[in-house]
Every structure is written in structure tokens, then in C-alpha cells.
Design a protein. Structure first.
Length: 121
């Protein structure tokens, strides 16, 4: 099982555990899951990415979770070809660059290479 597959499996389990919880509790559980899963990524970058996720959540749970899965594939360096828009790539770039002095250089290079490849640099 690849890391991204495990992420999706664990994300599905985290969502199921929230059951019929009120939305604020569900979102807090997802935030904790995301931050715990990516302990190797600076908190500042994770916070910026999760803020974008929350904005997307307001437009729909399904698309927001798909976006979060795509971003997670980037952070796992197993990009799953989620079709991000140029604006989304630019937002991802900013979220990663905000902690560029703390982030793992291999991850920074990986994400920035994909940002460049997708025309958002």
C-alpha cells in the first residue's frame, strides 16, 4: 500500500469516527488528523493549507476532501494528478513557501517543481 492510499484510508476512518457530530467538531477532527499525519511539515504551511481546505469546505464537502487528498499526495511526494487550477497551484506554492526555511528541501523541491510544471511560478 502506498502512503497516499493509507492517507485516504485513514482519512475515511477519521470522517466515519465523527459520525453525526456537529460540523465544527467534524472540522476540528479533520484538522487534528491532517496536522498529525504531516508532522514533518511545518505547522505554518499546514495551517495555510487547512485554511484553504476550510474555504473549499464551505462550497462542498466532496470537492474539499478531493482537494485535501490532492494536497496530501503532494506532501507525500506521490502526486496523484489531482487537477488543480492555476490559482490553487499558486495558493499551494504560497502555503509551502511561507515556511521554506523550515521545510524539508526534498519536499520543497518536489512541490515547487510541480508548481512550475503547472504554470504557477
Amino acid at each position: 500500500m502506498q502512503a497516499i492510499d493509507k492517507f485516504h484510508k485513514d482519512l475515511d476512518a477519521a470522517i466515519k469516527r465523527t459520525g453525526g457530530a456537529p460540523e465544527p467538531l467534524k472540522l476540528e477532527a479533520l484538522r487534528r488528523f491532517f496536522f498529525e499525519h504531516f508532522r514533518n511539515v511545518p505547522e505554518e504551511s499546514l495551517a495555510a493549507l487547512f485554511t484553504t481546505f476550510l474555504e473549499k469546505w464551505r462550497m462542498g464537502e466532496g470537492p474539499a476532501l478531493a482537494w485535501l487528498g490532492g494536497v496530501s499526495s503532494l506532501l507525500l511526494m506521490e502526486y496523484d494528478r489531482t487537477p488543480f487550477t492555476i490559482e490553487e497551484w499558486a495558493d499551494i506554492r504560497e502555503s509551502i513557501v511561507v515556511a521554506s526555511d523550515e521545510i524539508d528541501l526534498e519536499l520543497l523541491s518536489y512541490v515547487m517543481g510541480l508548481v512550475l510544471e503547472n504554470g504557477a511560478l
